[in-house]
Write a protein that binds this ligand. Sequence first.
Ligand code: IMP
Ligand code: MG
Length: 338
Amino acid sequence: MLSVVVDGFFGDTGKGKVVSYLSLRDDVDIVVRAGVGPNAGHTVVYQGKEYKLRQIPSGFVNKRSKLMIGAGVLLYPPRFFEELDITDTKNRAYIDFQTGIIEDRHIEEERGSEHLSRKIGSTRTGCGAAMKDRVLRKLKLAKDIPELKPFLKDVALEVNQALDKGERIIIEGTQGTFLSLYHGTYPYVTSKDVTASAFCSDVGVGPKRVDEIILVFKSYVTRVGGGPLENEYSEEEAREKGLLEIATVTGRVRRAAPFNFNYAKRAVMLNSPTQIALTKLDILFKEDYGKNKFEDLSKEAKNFIESIEEGLKIPVTLISTGPDTEQMIDRRLELGLL
Ligand code: IMP
Ligand code: MG
């Protein structure tokens, strides 16, 4: 049983929270991280503790889950080792032999680049520079780094064999559909494709193996860095509405806009989701904070969710009502999807 989790806007929709919830609720065997690399920050709040993860998959909260990083992903070893400590996952974290390695010179190259730092508003984590070297076929891979030896695995083989055995697997995507190098708002995008198809390729599974594609939308849209954002609020408006967020990796203020059906419909087209996860509902509807049952939601929140289901023709199965992993409405059972 393979699920792919993909972001339908510009990143920062709460994929980390969704993946952490699913890893526990569905007792997932393997959570494998796809996407670009340590430019992504996934936040998990579990048992009163907040974790900001850039390499280790958010499914670490399930102590039984194996945690893997795909061949298409970039790894910055110092950050990886730091997160192994924070999450205490040395004995169940694995990296593909062919995962690409970010070196300090890649980070320096981005810091020194006017184009990336100023125009694009890159996270300056070396991802774009490392991808460039990968395309030129001179990037080091995980198998070239002695300290990574204990963690190396053929992740593609592991994942495919686990699927043959009927195990449960989540592919955790990063960034967001409109940051895709191919389908996003070029040049204001990241250095790879970040749609569901790309995440399969990052790990090494064929598209026919996928059972569920969970498209994550936040109840409003945010973006960090440069590039277009339809119906953008001024910083003042965003603050008044309680939508001002600070970016996990860079500490920048995120730009904000209302939920956007143009983006959402195109994200559906690009990712072919079977389900939608809607996050931060409690930010739009304060009275719905922490609720665990759909029927307990306010009339306004229910109407909002219905308008999404009608507009997109995909069921909203997971609804996040607070930052904690447990603050989730899960409608999969009642909708016959579990
Ligand atoms: P880069 O991927 O660091 O080169 O950044 C390119 C653009 O993508 C910038 O606008 C970043 O702010 C944005 N970006 C990259 N990763 C993420 C993410 O995980 N969340 C949100 N924005 C991101
Ligand atoms: Mg993020």
